[in-house]
Design a protein around this ligand. Structure first.
Ligand code: AMP
Ligand code: GLY
Length: 427
């Protein structure tokens, strides 16, 4: 089987690395890939951007690609799967209609409400005055979200009415998120612990993946602005057997049923971001129509089952429900970002002394490129140092030891990835 993986991030490095281990797979192309995928023996980068749907389709037809797996949300929201399917190409990822679960917060919230799936109370606005009135009536803390895709940066948790007003102005008047922020969702602030839960589905059959927890804030102790994610680990101890069942019954099954009822085709990964309160009550914060980044990196380190075969089955509407095989160790991924991320940052800086890959250590690349035979930074999130250990703490120590070897003057990273799980382990 010839496989094409679409995307350029750490998630795509991890997915393509795992796909290339399948005995069914003869070659794996990554479009456009990054420095890390270029350095892998079993991967071939293709110089086509992830948003160039026509370019990708032509490549897939010319090369006789058997299966395309889409990493990022943008091409999915823009209909890559529909286009590929029209051309008779297999594409693992939801249709354009179904991808609105991620593409529009308003669509997602209305969907959840219509199908009685638990989520925070909300209202949508495109009028500034009305939005401010709502905030004044509800009080703070309150959460302001750009409706459309904003690379994980469209959410503000406002602790004062002034902060909320500023976020409303920024989105609706100053248009800092462009079209994506012409509409906003304002929702109730939820207290609790977050977890990510990712499943694979063909729309009817479903296989849950290992749980994970992401660290979205830039700085230690969850301070600073939200980012795409500064680190993650798997499994998330908060998702015990009881919570797992609850997530499946209260969120995943009703969502798939709702999609079918509304006439949307969903084949792909479905990612539910949830808040779990102290009574283990669940509420959906967000859906992503793809795997998480950086959750993919620690999860792929633990996955032993054949991912390519599963994606292929799902594209044939024939996903065989089965327990996945996991490495019993814990996995952690720590993101090395370029200083200044998620705002301005430099590119093109040398990165050297990357530790060698081991059974329990893998450096997944995101924003890197190879130039004149040397590795350079080329994005905001640049590397994800991922390791396995018998405890989250031992995995963490391994990851930070490896980080200390890497030479890159611009590296910025959190020092506390996994802290919640480690606190639990120490108890
Ligand atoms: P989202 O993109 O909607 O998942 O929001 C990004 C992050 O903002 C989440 O991962 C949470 O950390 C936080 N967040 C979003 N919505 C809420 C909420 N209603 N209450 C508390 N925190 C939230
Ligand atoms: N790490 C969160 C996301 O992929 O959206």
């Amino acid at each position: 089987m010839k496989v094409l993986v679409v995307g350029a991030g750490g998630r795509e490095h991890a997915l393509s690395w795992k796909i290339s281990q399948s005995t069914l797979v003869t070659s794996v192309f990554v479009a456009p890939g990054n420095g890390g995928t270029e350095l892998e023996d079993h991967l071939t980068n293709v110089d086509i951007q992830a948003d160039d749907i026509e370019g990708l389709a032509s490549f897939a037809l010319e090369q006789g690609i058997d299966l395309t797996i889409v990493g990022p949300e943008d091409p999915l929201v823009n209909g890559i799967t529909d286009r590929f399917n029209d051309l008779g190409l297999k594409c693992f990822g939801p249709s354009k209609g179904a991808a609105q679960l991620e593409g529009s917060k308003e669509f997602m919230k209305d969907f959840l409400q219509r199908h009685h799936i638990p989520t925070a109370e909300y209202s949508s606005f495109s009028d500034t005055e009305r939005a401010i009135e709502y905030v004044e009536q509800k009080g703070c803390p309150i959460v302001i979200k750009a409706d459309g895709l904003a690379a994980g940066k469209g959410v503000t948790i406002a602790h004062t009415v002034e902060e909320a007003k500023e976020a409303i102005y920024q989105s609706l008047e100053s248009e800092v998120f462009g079209k994506a922020g012409k509409k906003i969702v304002i929702e109730e602030f939820l207290d609790g612990e977050e977890a990510s839960f990712i499943v694979m589905t063909d729309g009817t059959n479903v296989i849950p993946f290992a749980s994970s927890q992401d660290h979205k804030a830039l700085e230690d102790n969850d301070k600073g602005p939200n980012t795409g994610g500064m680190g993650a680990y798997s499994p998330a101890p908060i998702v015990d057997e009881y919570v797992h069942e609850k997530i499946m019954n209260e969120i995943i099954f009703p969502t798939l049923k709702g999609l079918r009822k509304d006439g949307y085709k969903y084949c792909g990964f479905l990612y539910a971001g949830m808040m779990i309160d102290k009574n283990k009550k669940l509420k959906v914060l967000e859906f992503n129509c793809r795997f998480g980044d950086p959750e993919t990196q620690p999860i792929m380190m633990r996955l032993k089952s054949d991912l390519a075969s599963l994606c292929d089955q799902a594209c044939d509407d024939n996903l065989i429900e089965q327990p996945l095989e996991w490495d019993s160790r814990k996995a952690i991924g720590v993101v090395l970002a370029a200083r200044g991320y998620p705002h301005g940052y430099a590119k093109g800086k040398d990165i050297t002394n990357i530790p060698l890959e081991k059974d329990d250590l893998k450096i997944f690349h995101a924003g890197t490129k190879i130039e004149s035979n040397s590795l350079k930074s080329n994005g905001g999130r640049v590397l994800c140092v991922t390791s396995l250990g018998d405890s989250v703490e031992s995995a963490k120590n391994k990851a930070y030891d490896a980080i200390s070897e890497i030479e890159w003057e611009d590296a910025f990273y959190r020092k506390d990835i996994g802290y919640r799980a480690i606190a639990r382990e120490r108890k």
